[in-house]
Design a protein around this ligand. Structure first.
Ligand SMILES: NC(=O)c1ccc[n+]([C@@H]2O[C@H](COP(=O)([O-])OP(=O)(O)OC[C@H]3O[C@@H](n4cnc5c(N)ncnc54)[C@H](O)[C@@H]3O)[C@@H](O)[C@H]2O)c1
Length: 399
């Protein structure tokens, strides 16, 4: 099959296995720059196939030599369709991990379900308890494991409508959008999907099965952002979910601390991922942010963020203090006053006619397609490739 990018709105319907392998390879190179020190030995990553979760898995394994169990929800290829990029990433990760003598198992299915938690517990019972649990799910829906209720998250402002400029990152067309405020039900649904309840259920299940080593660490990812995106992000429905996640961290931390453990939230930088592309207005903010941070020489991607999180915070001998809400801040460079002042200045001036002057839309688009394995140097996209790529450990489980 000759695989070309086929995009629709903010998603790409195809993925290139060789390009996805290049993505994983480049993340592994970044992880290998970490000086060997004490770090995770055995990690469970929930949401391990793309974005921040994949970067965390790569750093745990290739930066510290940890064995990893990764959970994700991806689709294999069939006769008509390629697999999703997370499928190809996981396959590439496992192949390279095996070559490097690192143990890695992957489970594919709904992390919100009791069945997946039981499958992971069964796996860990044979491989051993974990000392790190990374919670990095981003999903538009969740089926509640007890009630079967289906929750659908909304990306909306709260109380008041929100009007903003926005860009279609595929075409570069700018327009104005007005988003109606969320209903109370939409807020509750978003909290149910992206809040901390499921993270807590994972920790409960692992503790109950005695699969957390004493002193285990768990980390989940949040976002804060500037006032500019406040109505749609931190002050909106997704922000309510992040408030819930952050409160959950404090509660879990009190519990784990009794056994020498820790639960913490890391507030990460805004980046191009499948999840962030779906949030209205964020692509324009991110492309202006990219232009600003690249011009100042401290732009980071998921892997640089994960390297910094693990080496300078989670496993540093003397990590910098957390913020007032006890959160790790690796969005610190994004939130520097001089960066935000420049972003706000550009935001006020950017129009469809001067987009390239103020925003790095080309960089945004490049990163977006790279997520799906397109545009990687060294990959011949006109060549015939087999879209059917096995994930070695999944085959073992079903054999
Ligand atoms: N992208 C950003 O700019 C940004 C910034 C700060 C924080 N974050 C946070 O980081 C976390 C991860 O986001 P991301 O941007 O890396 O997202 P992503 O879309 O790249 O990754 C989501 C992961 O979740 C998995 N997943 C989704 N639904 C699942 C399900 N039901 N069962 C099992 N796995 C499932 C996917 O397979 C994938 O591995 C989120 O909490 C997000 O809010 C993201």
């Amino acid at each position: 099959m000759i695989i070309r990018p086929q995009s629709k709105g903010f998603i790409c319907l195809t993925a290139h296995p060789d390009g996805c392998a290049k993505n994983v390879e480049s993340q592994i190179r970044a992880a290998r720059t970490i000086p060997r020190g004490s770090g995770p030995k055995s990690a469970l990553i929930i949401g391990a196939s793309t974005g921040y979760g994949l970067a965390s898995r790569v750093v745990a394994a290739f930066g510290y030599g940890a064995s990893t169990v990764g959970v994700s929800f991806e689709k294999p290829a069939d006769e008509r369709r390629t697999a999703t990029p997370g499928w190809y990433n996981t396959a590439a990760f496992e192949r390279t991990a095996e070559g490097a003598g690192l143990k890695a198992w992957s489970l594919n299915g709904d992390a919100y379900s009791h069945a997946m938690k039981q499958d992971v517990i069964a796996r860990l019972k044979s491989t051993g308890p974990v000392d790190l649990v990374v919670y990095s799910l981003a999903s538009p829906r969740r089926i509640h494991p007890d009630t079967g209720e289906v929750f659908t998250s909304a990306l909306k402002p709260i109380l008041r409508p929100y009007s903003s400029k926005t860009v279609n990152f595929q075409t570069g067309a700018m327009s104005d959008v007005t988003l109606a405020p969320a209903t109370a039900e939409e807020i509750n649904h978003t909290v149910a999907v992206m809040g901390g309840e499921d993270w807590s259920l994972w920790i409960d299940a692992l503790e109950k099965a005695d699969l957390l080593v004493p002193g285990a660490l768990t980390v989940a990812y949040s976002y804060a952002g500037p006032a500019l995106t406040g109505p749609i992000y931190r002050g909106g429905t997704i922000g309510r979910a992040k408030d819930h996640l952050e409160t959950t961290a404090l509660r879990l931390n009190d519990r784990l601390a009794r056994n020498g453990g820790r639960a913490v939230v890391s507030v990460n930088k805004a980046l191009v991922t499948q999840a962030s592309s779906a949030i209205p207005v964020m692509p324009l903010y991110i492309s202006i942010l990219y232009k600003t941070m690249k011009s100042k020489g401290f732009h980071e991607g998921c892997s640089e963020q994960a390297v910094r999180l693990f080496s300078e915070h989670l496993y540093a001998k003397t990590p910098p203090p957390t913020d007032d809400a006890k959160r790790i801040r690796i969005d610190d460079w994004e939130m520097r006053p001089e960066v935000q002042a420049e972003v706000a200045w550009a935001w006020d001036r950017v129009t469809g006619r001067n987009l390239d002057r103020y925003a790095d839309l080309a960089g945004y688009r490049e990163d977006f397609f790279k997520l799906f394995g397109f545009g990687w140097p060294g990959v011949d996209e006109s060549a015939d490739v087999d879209p059917q790529v096995p994930i070695p450990s999944l085959n073992l489980q079903t054999a």
